[in-house]
Ligand binder design. Structure first.
Ligand code: AMP
Length: 485
């Protein structure tokens, strides 16, 4: 199927062409006709499937009737609201909106917290048809009366499962309560828990259901290799590989926020431009790090899985798994940032003996064995072992348990009790109007209770790391206070 068979306007097709896309992805093939026909939509899809264009292209098409070049703000009221869980995703989605709307006079703005509101207020005052926002900051604008929803015709909720994880559902419900009832709504989520299903029931009217498979297959243009190395020598191996001037832009994955910051600082001390991106960094720090990485000012970006989720970095040639991920599925997500659109990519993994099971799980998932390659000219003799630094967490009482908790917190977001009120004052009561039980061709059946995917279930059951290699000794003992060695 080609894009021009989908019924999109020539201006939008031109933008698609300019972006270099030739064929619509599966989610685009399914979603675009549904949205163009005016239906609500519940989409099972995650980042990396092309879902942003899947909803943005038809949304722009439907907004074309409002497109105008007038300078009067009154001619540009908010028509479409796209809600995302994170600022990074909001920025990426808005960038896509701008890309796809470049030949039509529709305006967009990105609204997110952690920055001054003034610039956002100025943009909203000028008039913007499309608002891409994180929920909290959008509500700040509601409170300050700097945004009006009277003319909203479209609502898109992106990554609804992550919204839930991050405790945003009450905010979302407040926003939905402020929107005109007559509107078209789309909800995207990678998994469908009962809570997401309830939200969908409340927000969507007889939605069409579409789902594309999780991408557990990896691009054929990516070459994979594993370098066996002890955990103590990983950072030296990384440094060794970075001596190759061809390694210009390298995304390095580690397991914890703590580990990400520490590795980036160590690389900096070795003269390598590096930065870390993780959940504890401020928005400004994360944006700056990402921009510096994209522009080539930072050569190595060290990231945790959660912080990197949704990052859209085009043309990334190298991904290094400094630590193999806990869940095999994360391996696929990590390396999904390289080898895109037929380009060549390299996925390198450092593999310590204690990570054997993780490697086995990955190979089982991707259905092939990854070549294990000793790095010929890397000699560990004479290298200082990383142990002292690596295990510092234990000595300061920030032991393995801490790191596991940290990883869990980042993966699932802060522990916020999220409970949907039994009855909601502002959401239409729709229990008598279940989503249409149309069975999608992919086998997604809304007439049945939603189940987490096997991967999500496995993740929930995820066990802590293997025990630390050294017994954790009480801090007092290390300080000599317990009188024994
Ligand atoms: P998304 O899942 O929306 O985050 O999109 C993932 C990536 O796929 C982005 O870099 C898009 O620019 C790219 N993309 C989206 N649609 C297509 C397409 N039809 N052909 C090629 N690349 C695409």
């Amino acid at each position: 199927m080609k894009f021009d068979e989908l019924g999109l306007s020539p201006e939008i097709l031109q933008a698609v062409h300019d972006a270099g896309y030739t064929d619509p992805t599966p989610i685009q093939q399914q979603a675009i006709p549904v949205v163009l026909a005016g239906h609500d939509l519940m989409g099972g899809a995650q980042t990396g499937t092309g879902k942003t264009a899947g909803f943005t292209l038809p949304l722009l098409h439907r907004l074309l009737r409002h497109a105008n070049a007038s300078s009067s703000p009154a001619r540009h009221p908010v028509r479409a609201l796209i809600l995302t869980p994170t600022r990074e995703l909001a920025m990426q989605v808005e960038e896509s909106v701008k890309t796809y709307s470049k030949h039509v006079p529709l305006r967009s703005v990105c609204i997110y917290g952690g920055v001054d509101m003034k610039a956002q207020i100025a943009e909203l005052k000028e008039g913007r048809e499309i608002v891409v926002a994180t929920p909290g900051r959008l509500l700040d604008h509601v409170q300050q009366k700097t945004v009006s929803f009277n003319f909203v015709e479209f609502l898109v909720l992106d990554e609804a499962d992550r919204m839930l994880d991050m405790g945003f559902i009450p905010d979302i419900k407040r926003i939905i309560g402020l929107l005109p009832k007559e509107r078209q709504s789309l909800l995207f989520s990678a998994t469908f828990s009962d809570e997401i299903k309830r939200l969908a029931d409340a927000m969507l009217r007889q939605p069409q259901l579409i789902e594309v498979a999780r991408r557990n297959t990896v691009s054929e243009t990516i070459s994979h290799r594993v370098h066996p190395v002890s955990a103590d020598h990983k950072r030296h191996l990384l440094l060794h590989l970075l001596r190759d001037p061809g390694m210009t832009q390298v995304l390095v994955f580690v397991g914890t926020k703590f580990g990400a910051s520490r590795l980036a600082s160590w690389l900096e001390r070795q003269g390598i431009k590096a930065d870390a991106i993780h959940g504890d960094k401020s928005q400004q720090q994360r944006t700056e790090a990402l921009e510096a990485f994209k522009s080539g000012n930072v050569r190595v970006l060290v990231a945790t899985d959660v912080a990197a989720r949704g990052l859209d970095i085009d043309d990334l040639p190298h991904v290094i798994n400094y630590e193999l991920p806990h869940t095999a599925e994360d391996y696929v997500h990590r390396i999904g940032r390289t080898g895109r659109a037929g380009k060549k990519g390299e996925a390198i993994s450092f593999f310590a003996p204690e990570e054997k099971q993780r490697l086995a799980d990955i190979e089982k998932l991707i259905k092939f064995k990854i070549d294990q390659v000793e790095v010929a000219d890397f000699d560990v003799r004479g290298l200082p072992a990383d142990g002292g630094d690596r295990e510092r967490g234990e000595r300061t009482g920030r032991g393995h348990g801490h790191q596991h908790r940290e990883r869990e917190r980042e993966r699932h977001g802060p522990k916020v009790a999220v409970r949907l009120p039994e009855t909601s004052a502002h959401l239409p009561e729709t229990s008598a109007r279940p989503p249409s039980a149309k069975r999608a061709t992919s086998g997604f059946d809304a007439s049945k209770p939603y189940e987490p995917t096997p991967e999500a279930a496995a993740r929930l059951a995820e066990k802590p790391d293997a025990p630390p290699r050294r017994p954790v000794r009480p801090v007092a003992a290390l300080l000599g206070g317990l009188g024994k060695k």
